[in-house]
Design a protein around this ligand. Structure first.
Ligand SMILES: [Zn+2]
Ligand SMILES: [Zn+2]
Length: 210
């Protein structure tokens, strides 16, 4: 019994370490294994980039989505291609704006009430200053960006009323275009349909500071 037990141990040792029974070889292999650490659970490429959960699927969806890279979804004729699906919204798709459309008015950017309250320079300056969120110096230093934020915020309130801080509703692409045309980036950082220096309009509308 004893001899069969020790034989089995010896066989195990041979098969798991080295077929060669040379003790010197055994020793070298053992040292090598120890220096490598836990090979089975070791991550061979610990610095390999890994997609955050859902990110890969999101990018694939965006690449293939029929709204991206075109304005085929626009019903008002004034929208521009936007960098994300969420921003690719036409004013005609917004339920709360439907009351403004008729034979003469096919786009919200032609509604006088909206232009007066959300785009008009003097009114917008007054609204921004009156909000208490920006000092005169800030407005002067970063005028067009402050005006874009103010315009997006005014448009959101004009359309949907006062929203909670976590409720964000995309601003129609035609309105974004109008606001950018009226208050462009002073450095002209526009790359194709992307405006590199601007955040999405809906985010700008809800930023706490101007
Ligand atoms: Zn449109
Ligand atoms: Zn429109």
């Amino acid at each position: 019994m004893e001899s069969s037990g020790s034989e089995s141990q010896s066989n195990q040792s041979e098969s798991s370490v080295c077929l060669d029974t040379d003790p010197l070889c055994d020793n070298l292999v053992r040292q090598l294994q120890q220096s490598l650490g836990d090979c089975l659970n070791d991550n061979c490429f610990p610095d390999d980039p890994v997609w955050p959960p859902g990110e890969r699927e999101k990018r694939m969806e965006q690449r293939q989505h029929p709204r991206l890279g075109n304005t085929l979804w626009c019903l008002c004729g004034n929208c521009i291609a936007m960098p994300t699906i969420r921003e690719s919204v036409c004013c005609r798709e917004v339920e709360k704006l439907q009351k403004h459309y008729n034979e003469d008015c096919t786009c919200i950017t032609t509604v006088l009430d909206m232009l007066q309250l959300c785009i008009n320079k003097h009114f917008l300056e007054f609204t921004i200053r009156n909000s208490g969120r920006v000092k005169l110096r800030q407005l002067q230093d970063d005028y067009n960006r402050c005006m874009r934020k103010g315009a997006y915020r005014s448009f959101t309130t004009w359309t949907h009323g006062i929203l909670g801080p976590k409720t964000r509703i995309p601003i129609p692409s035609c309105v974004v275009r109008l606001v950018r045309n009226n208050y462009p980036d002073p450095h002209g950082h526009y790359v194709g349909f992307r405006e590199a220096t601007d955040n999405p309009a809906e985010d700008m509308a809800f930023e706490d500071t101007f």
